[in-house]
Design a protein around this ligand. Sequence first.
Ligand code: AMP
Length: 613
Amino acid sequence: MTNDRIIGIDLGTTNSCVAVMDGNDTVVIPNAEGSRTTPSVVGFSGSGERLVGHVAKRQAVTNPKLTIAAIKRLMGRKADSPEADRQRNTCAYDIEATKNGDAWVRVNDKLMSPPEISAIVLGEMRAVAESYLGESVSRAVVTVPAYFNDAQRQATKDAGLIAGLAVERIINEPTAAALAYGFDNKNDETKRVAVYDLGGGTFDISIMELEEGVFSVKSTAGDTFLGGEDFDYCLIHHLADQFKEETSIDLREDKMALQRLKEAAEKAKHELSSALETEVNLPFIATTEAGPQHLIRTIARDEYEALVEEIIQKTFVPCEQALNDANMTKEQVDEVLLVGGMTRTPLVQSAVADYFGKQPVRGVNPDEVVAVGAAVQGAVLSGQAEEVLLLDVTPLSLGVETGGGVFTPLIERNTTVPTRKREIFTTSIDNQNFVPIHVLQGERQMAEDNTTLGTFELTGIPPAPRGVPQIAVIFDIDSNGIVSVTAKDLGTQREQTIRMTAGSGLSEGDIERIISEAQAQHNKDELLKMLAEARLAAESIIYTTERALEGYGEMIPQEDREIIQDDILALKEAMDGEDAQLITEFTAQLEGSAFRIAETLYANAEDDSEEPV
Ligand code: AMP
């Protein structure tokens, strides 16, 4: 094993996965808990220490404002964008604007950028790989949705840098999936493959051609705001509406209840992929004058399917567009590859089969295939695996603003990358000594409806009548899909190159500062993890015991009630401190005394059945 190894990371909205090439095989690396995927969730304490993965996801219930999930959706977004608004409606943490208007997240008294938070997830994936490989890792291939624009790709690259990983290549998730699939299925004939990728937060469709080691993307389309969470919200609202009808309580107004409902909905969704019905069981979810209320409901698969049918149909709009852009009909697609956890849903599988008129390929693990493809690409880049040629495309047109605020595309969407385009511009008034250039990405007619990648001015143009100066502007999209623009005054040979930094809003100085802060933080984070786990266990036993006391307190002897209340108090006091050991001891003590409630209840229970069953 050499230090040159390049790992592959699928940095997902909901879950992340890391893989590596070992000899001729790809290995998906399990984390310390034994899971092959890790929740892309970062939790913070009041003093700023952080938790990542499963433990952070679990603390969401008790610490929703400082538990940051689905940060990928904010990568390269503005705070006033519809995407940020939607995130505000679905997440409890605060999203605020920086001076540039970028969407950052409030963590205690400071704002953190989405790349900084993603970097914590990437750092965790790096640690998972390092502990498996027993060596340090400093290079990675990271995947992004094909539909990510330049700003979002930049932000992902910056996240890698902050995590101490040189991002050797950013590849599109569906391309990675096809790479993993094609790598396992070497075949001489040309195959046209549609990769249908429905993940936690995004949907992507790519049409590709695989032929003897050449993977060429013909077209790609998608929706960065369509994914598993929409299915969860359908279920959440369905359950909350029914509960409101029965009890007049709106669970959506209670953050804690909503978080429990969210977890239960996702669990039910998973179960309905294999079972025909499932039970949602949330005891003590609310309290009314009539006493504690429980949400206990059975959901049948067809009830769930009726709720989500519409969301699934929405995925076929980008499918239609991708097929059109590739000049292909559904019938010409040879194979359909399913990627993303959501494609485990039977209705998704059957709808895709109906749409393409063929059964999707089986035997590819939809949660892992993207990371595996990234690992294959990593191995190719490090020389560990045979060369494969990836011909990816740019998902969005790149262009400039011209007269009257019109967007003039220079590189059309679905052009193979890397690519370069040169265009000559001139002045529009006499003696104009600078030319402003506004670079945009998108598909809309007017500049203001597209995403600004950057604006710059080419200055120092010598006096001349309008239309005479010749300014060559060169637009480059590299193999990561990242844009750079160079402008050159052909008269003076003056040149200017800009890296588009509109997206992450982080300067190199910011990145260095964040890296050194993170290193200083490392040991504190370990301690926090223990403390957080102890507090979680404590909060959970306090919560259930208090609800049980509310509901059944009067049925148990005064003396027992006092013991339990004393133990709750002692545990709460311990939780105010920072001693994980002490919290664990008091938790055990409360667990012991809380049994008295159940003991009393069952001892008093009247058996109204006539015969033992
Ligand atoms: P990904 O972004 O590919 O990790 O996909 C994650 C999404 O897939 C989340 O919304 C999960 O809830 C969902 N998911 C994972 N497993 C299943 C399953 N067995 N059935 C339905 N959805 C699932």
